[in-house]
Write a protein that binds this ligand. Structure first.
Ligand code: CAA
Length: 259
């Protein structure tokens, strides 16, 4: 295998991007982040509509951001590192085509965050997901606190982030982290098969559908509350509101007209 820390190959219109630092369990250092950014830029330029993202070797998809590289960062440098990782993950999340993470072994910390930036996650039966950052005295920094909440809900996200518990593949499916579990060693093939099916659909429809689905991720709670208040006000333009509240006060059943 090549010495490059990120490998890129295309066949049948599907790119396979492989993080290639198996001796360090594919930990994300600056070189890997740069390589990932470059691979997705290239896939975009080549008009690739489907990408499988995976890790080299049998033990890990990605075991997190590179702890040795992070250890002595200043606060400012750490914030910069988090932002640069987030920017690469955003590029992946906003890639025009569909990106499937094929996860075998550990997907921890930045590795779980990377998988969650993809559109779909296929978990091999030996996959293990987790956000163990609190074990290191830090928090997830590549989007985990935001994307995990959206995948599994607030309470479960708190539990996973606060306890650093590792989740096995079947539970990952139950929680909505992964789409399905496949036999060890077959996740890339399954991801390719899914992308092959999607490739028969209208490419723009898929691109727009992805944008529309991702749109729900963008709103802040403040946006959601403002929208809710605005719609609450809009209710008071309807006859149904008048009827509903009048009926209550008059102690009778309401008769709504949908107007
Ligand atoms: N960064 C740097 N190196 C790592 C690494 C990481 N995240 N994870 C594993 N490695 C290295 C180990 O140091 C070891 O290197 P050497 O052989 O040179 O000693 C090699 O990979 C193999 O690892 P282990 O010997 O530890 O393998 P294991 O099977 O005993 O344990 C493991 C596997 C449970 C995944 C363990 O390696 C581990 O706990 N890794 C760290 C996981 C982690 O904490 N990830 C979160 C990082 S912080 C983060 O990601 C922040 C963020 O959100 C941005």
């Amino acid at each position: 295998m090549s010495d490059d820390v990120v490998l890129y190959e295309v066949s049948d219109g599907i790119a396979v991007v492989t993080i290639n630092r198996p001796k360090a369990l594919n930990a994300l250092n600056s070189a890997v982040l740069a390589g990932l950014g470059a691979a997705f830029r290239r896939a975009g330029e080549e008009g690739v509509r489907g990408v499988v993202l995976t890790g080299a070797g049998p033990k890990a998809f990605v075991a997190g951001a590179d702890i040795a590289e992070m250890k002595d960062l200043t606060s400012e440098q750490a914030e910069g590192f988090a932002r640069s990782g987030q920017a690469v993950f955003d590029r992946i999340a906003n890639f025009a085509g569909v990106v499937v993470a094929a996860v075998g072994g550990f997907a921890l910390g930045g590795g779980m965050e990377l998988a969650m930036a993809c559109d779909l996650i296929i978990a091999a039966e030996n996959a293990r997901f987790g956000q163990p950052e609190v074990n290191l005295g830090v928090i997830p920094g590549f989007g985990g606190t935001q994307r995990l909440v959206r995948l599994v809900g607030v309470q479960r996200a708190r539990e996973l982030v606060f306890t650093a518990r590792m989740v096995k593949a079947p539970e990952a499916v139950t929680l909505g982290i992964a789409l399905e579990v496949v036999e060890a060693g077959t996740a890339v093939d399954r991801a390719k098969a899914i992308l092959g099916g999607i490739a028969t659909k209208g490419p723009l429809a898929i691109e727009y559908a992805k944008k529309a689905v991702n749109g729900h991720l963008d709103g802040t709670l403040a946006d959601g509350l403002a929208n809710e208040a605005s719609l609450f006000g809009a209710c008071f333009l309807t006859e149904d509101q008048t009827e509903g509240m009048t009926a209550f006060v008059e102690k009778r059943a309401a008769s709504f007209r949908g107007a």
